[in-house]
Design a binder for this molecule. Structure first.
Ligand code: MRU
Length: 357
């Protein structure tokens, strides 16, 4: 994988045969297999079950779902618009926390409304072009985050990250991992501590896998080792991704991120969050308003079908938590590195962007 040739969690070379091809992330690292989705329902299911996951990637996948919903239809343009809007509403029910999903779907709807005067063939082409644009922009956004964030990584540094916010989670090089890839490509000796990220192990399975593909040294630790790794001086900085960032800089990310941020503050280690414009939700003043996905408790009690706890015991499975902006040293974005106070720096960077509130 390189800056110009990223991993492709979403591949549309199969579009003309009616499918979007996904890397089936549920199967990594044991197997690298693809999943062809040929209907909106199949894409919805792939998002819901995390075959495709990570905030920017689910936005890209959903945008192609919108295009897929009308591709084979023989309706006139008003009918196509109605069909596509219904598909967008359905795709929006797949997962609640990552705002990139809603950002991409709103963008598809907006372009659909603006294109309602086109012929059916031109309408379809315009909609597909918008999905393509969202995917291509994501690659460029990750390059910008990579360049900006790499400045924060010194030669010889060890970065701790949580979950997977790499190429597998985006249409590009990642968010949190983009600065690592840029620093590595620039010849800096950079290594990564990857929290395993219970319950679904995105860190152990996906972050470790993709860093290994790229030759970046990676050490996997269980989530409960992060604070001790900091105490022992093994971590120079933390970079995570985000699924939704409120107007004041509070950032939702994979469950466990908040604890990592608390530990980082205690040890005087800078905690950064990397995210593109599509992750900012300026309609939500603080993290209190971010909807947190709760997933089925089987993921906690019986991971991958193996019963680790009594089957009838109570469990709780929030998939995300919110790190308050006060714990975040800076936000690494496609508009540069934003510093506190975030209410001002975020509004200045993204306040005029359509879809950001
Ligand atoms: O449940 P997931 O695997 O979709 O959660 C993903 C994360 O929490 C990522 O850190 C976040 O989406 C940022 S991705 C660039």
């Amino acid at each position: 994988m390189t800056e110009n040739d990223p991993l492709k969690p979403i591949d549309v070379a199969t579009w003309n045969s009616g499918a979007v091809r996904l890397i089936d992330q549920r199967k990594l690292p044991a197997e690298l297999v693809h999943l062809d989705c040929s209907s909106v329902d199949e894409l919805w299911n792939a998002i819901k079950t995390l075959a495709v996951r990570g905030a920017p990637a689910i936005g890209v996948a959903a945008a192609y779902g919108a295009a897929m919903s009308i591709w084979a239809s023989e309706d006139e343009t008003p009918g196509l618009l109605t069909e596509m809007n219904a598909a967008c509403d359905h795709l929006a029910t797949s997962r609640p926390t990552a705002v990139n999903l809603f950002w991409a779907l709103d963008r598809m709807k907006r372009v659909g409304a603006q294109s309602s005067g086109l012929s059916p063939a031109d309408f379809k082409a315009r909609i597909l072009a918008e999905a393509e644009a969202i995917r291509e922009e994501d690659l460029e956004l990750s390059r910008r985050m990579g360049r900006a964030g790499a400045e924060l990584i010194c030669d010889g540094a060890t970065v701790l990250t949580h979950c997977n916010a790499g190429a597998l989670a985006t249409g590009g090089l990642g968010t949190a991992l983009a600065p690592v890839y840029f620093a590595h490509a620039a010849g800096k000796r950079v290594s990564v501590f990857a929290d395993e990220t219970r319950p679904l192990l995105q860190g152990a399975r996906l972050t470790a896998w993709e860093l290994k593909q790229c030759g970046v040294p990676v050490t996997v630790i269980t989530d409960n080792m992060a604070a001790w790794a900091m105490k022992r001086g093994k971590v120079d900085l933390v970079i995570t991704g985000a699924d939704r960032i409120a107007a004041n800089g509070d950032a939702a990310n994979k469950i466990g991120t908040y604890g990592v941020a608390l530990a980082a503050r205690e040890h005087g280690i800078p905690f950064y969050v990397a995210a593109p414009v599509s992750t900012f939700d300026l309609s939500i003043p603080t993290g209190e308003g971010i909807p947190i996905e709760e997933r089925e408790v089987g993921e906690v009690l019986a991971p991958r079908g193996q019963q680790w706890a009594p089957a009838d015991v109570a469990a709780w499975n929030p998939a995300f938590d919110v790190t308050p902006g006060e714990l975040i040293a800076a936000l690494i974005t496609d508009a540069g590195v934003l510093e506190p106070p975030y209410t001002e720096s975020i509004a200045e960077a993204f306040g005029d962007t359509p879809g950001n509130g």
